[in-house]
Design a protein around this ligand. Structure first.
Ligand code: UD1
Ligand code: PEP
Length: 417
């Protein structure tokens, strides 16, 4: 096991290149198996979740070649083998194998997914969708058995706006007979990315990115080449880190529109932001106003940026209220920030954050974005060294983190724990 060491207090300065989006990649890789011929994914991030997904596809019989930021997936020999345990339990997104295998073979046996455990992550809406398409679903010894003689298009109204359910239903419906309409669908950019890949494979999907997605099922899908969208959460994390360290950073290879909720909030605090076509420059200021932030479904403020944002809010000169309306208990990073001297109280789905300087401490990342929050906090601390354990969570979502931060002038390194 390794730990991350940060001697903070240095403003980040320079340019950081953002890789492809984790939350797209972990849906696009399973989506590729709906095809019977080779799919090439470009702009792939070098993340542990991607490595685990590669193994999952290989266990199912696919041939996968992953070189730098490109993955070549040949799913022609893939079979729908039961996957009750093992790698499926290591990541939340293994649940996309349910929709993909169901779409291609009419059956899937997949263990209940794992992933970052900040609070329960139900999949009832995914199951409701599969059932509406004509599948029979049963939970046997912790694995879902999903079978359909023939998937048939249906109208599905999601009770909650869910990224995972929207994508999973799209995957299965892509090869159903007839038309499926998903109402109250999630609108995240990663959903558009999956629909773009599927359409390039020959699917007929319209409306991805709106609350109504229409999928006309087709008999077969073929290979294609697709480039993954930039990771808006990594980009947002570097933007927040630049502001928190009073730095001056160009975050490059981004789609600025995907970051609008964050940009607006940073501007409200007093951070200077300059948007260009594919990059955003963030210029930190000596003092910031406190603000209230509500994490919501897209295009609202992303729940994945809520934890990193909490560290920045400790740098204001007032009291901020940070609420999460997607995951009401996603606050496991708060006790660790308090260990670093932050004055934060959690009340219901909100953290009440009083501005003030932080100090170095030994802290633990308990999930991916909690880890990002602690990195940002550590970067702001001028005295001493912050030690962060639980680096394996951070590796799920931030590729080349140490190199990127060092290139921006930070003093950060990894050590054996
Ligand atoms: C809408 C939203 O912001 N989704 C985020 C969520 O996606 P993720 O796909 O994990 O979560 P969903 O979008 O599916 O869930 C949104 C909400 O719906 C609830 N729910 C979901 C599915 C279901 O079957 N039943 C149910 O009740 C969840 O508990 C949650 O409160 O976490 C990901 C990783 O942190 C983020 O990248 C996504 O942007
Ligand atoms: C928690 C996250 O990932 P996952 O949903 O894949 O566990 C995240 O991206 O912040």
């Amino acid at each position: 096991m390794e730990k991350l060491m940060i001697a903070g207090g240095r403003p980040l300065r320079g340019t950081v290149q953002i890789s492809g989006a984790k939350n797209s990649a972990i849906a696009l890789i399973p989506a590729a198996i709906l095809s019977e011929s080779t799919v090439i994914l470009d702009n792939l991030p070098a993340l542990s979740d991607v490595a685990i997904y590669t193994e999952l596809l290989e266990e199912l019989g696919a041939t996968v070649r992953w070189d730098n930021d490109q993955m070549v997936i040949d799913p022609s020999r893939l079979v729908s083998r039961p996957m009750p345990n093992g790698n499926v339990k290591k990541l939340r997104a293994s649940y996309y194998l349910m929709g993909a295998l169901l779409g291609r073979f009419g059956e899937a046996v997949i263990g209940m997914p794992g992933g970052c455990n900040f609070e329960p992550r139900p999949i009832d809406q995914h199951i409701k969708g599969f059932e509406a398409l004509g599948a029979q679903v049963s939970n046997e010894n912790g694995a879902l058995h999903i079978r359909a003689k023939q998937l048939r298009g249906a109208k599905i109204y999601l009770d909650v706006v869910s990224v995972g359910a929207t994508i999973n239903i799209m995957l299965a419906a892509a090869r159903a007979k007839g038309v499926t309409i998903i109402e109250n669908a999630a609108k995240e950019p990663e959903i558009i990315d999956v629909a773009t890949l599927l359409n390039a494979m020959g699917a007929k999907i319209k409306g991805a990115g709106t609350e109504t997605v229409r999928i006309e099922g087709v008999d077969g899908l073929q290979g294609c080449r697709h480039s993954i969208i930039p990771d808006r959460i990594q980009a947002g994390t570097y933007m927040i880190a630049a502001a928190a360290t009073r730095g001056d950073v160009i975050v490059d290879n981004v789609i600025p529109k995907h970051l609008e909720a964050l940009t607006a909030k940073l501007q409200e605090m007093g951070v200077h932001i300059y948007e260009m076509d594919e990059s955003i420059r963030v210029v930190g200021q000596p003092e910031y106003e406190s603000v209230d932030v509500k994490a919501l479904v897209y295009p609202g403020f992303a729940t994945d940026l809520q934890s990193p944002m909490s560290s920045l809010l400790t740098q204001t000169r007032g009291v901020s209220i940070l609420s999460d309306y997607v995951y009401s208990n996603r606050f496991k990073h708060i006790p660790e920030l308090v260990r670093m001297g932050a004055r934060i109280k959690v009340e219901g789905r909100s953290a009440i954050i009083e501005g003030g300087a932080l100090s170095s401490a030994k802290v633990k990342a308990t999930d991916l974005r909690a880890g990002a929050a602690l990195v940002i906090a550590g970067l702001t601390v001028a005295q001493g060294t912050t030690e962060i354990t639980g680096v394996e969570y951070i590796d799920r979502g931030y590729d080349h983190l140490v190199t990127n931060l060092v290139n921006l002038g930070a003093e950060v390194w990894r050590e054996k724990d």
